[in-house]
Design a protein around this ligand. Sequence first.
Ligand code: NAD
Length: 256
Amino acid sequence: SDTAIEETAGWLRAAGRVTVLTGAGISTESGIPDFRGPDGVWTRDPAAVGLVSLPDYLADEDVRRRAWLSRRDNPAWRATPNAAHLALVELERAGRLWATITQNIDGLHQRAGADPGRVIELHGTLYQAECLQCERRVPMTEVLDRVASGDPDPACTACGGVQKAATIAFGQQLDRSVLSTATAAAAAADVFVAIGTSLTVHPAAGLVDLAAAAGARIVIVNAEPTPYDEIAARRFAAPIGVVVPALVREVLRANG
Ligand code: NAD
């Protein structure tokens, strides 16, 4: 309701630091399906790549071949940021968004204009590939160009190692320094806003516990219930592309 938006905007205005955690749900309105929503990738094709484990990926050239094709066909390449991504950038430019922690690999926060230094990509990025042997990173487009030219599983040009998208596979550890940056941003928050995430993937979901333990007010914007609804000071279930811009508008209206 309008009252809920107004009151929440008041919290955001009063906060010294606002940290946002986004999930796949913020990008569905850009045409990128989430995992667990009604139209989710898991719901439709549980074997979708990116869900494979690292040992399977390393052991099986066929898994890797399918993985590159699936990276090539990822809807993120053609997607554009939506009203929610853009509203968060406005909030940031007004000096009212401390950090955006995202579980998404689609790069839409940055493409919307977010300061890359304030976006923490917890699960990596679609736009780079990494050698699993020497850890050298190259643009994903380079690897996909080689796939298009007939190499189904391009090896690292530096060491010959197996390459993989620079995203976190099932069972793979998160990057230590990325996780500690995210942890710090969660703990520093006065208000912590979780947007479009089912809050079922750890350690990402644990950031809510961390923020709450450090005294942050928790706001959740998500169509479906989450395990954290109980501790949230407010929950919005309406579409993200409506709620987030309305919230930001209200914060900035009373700002000026
Ligand atoms: P999730 O699929 O588990 O949950 C998404 C949530 O968003 C759902 O609860 C759904 O109800 C809600 N939602 C979807 N569209 C919405 C809308 N328009 N308005 C309101 N709510 C909406 O996503 P998750 O928690 O991010 O976990 C999924 C994992 O999959 C993450 O690890 C992420 O890395 C990965 N993933 C990323 C992308 C991407 O980069 N865009 C896409 C799919 C999956």
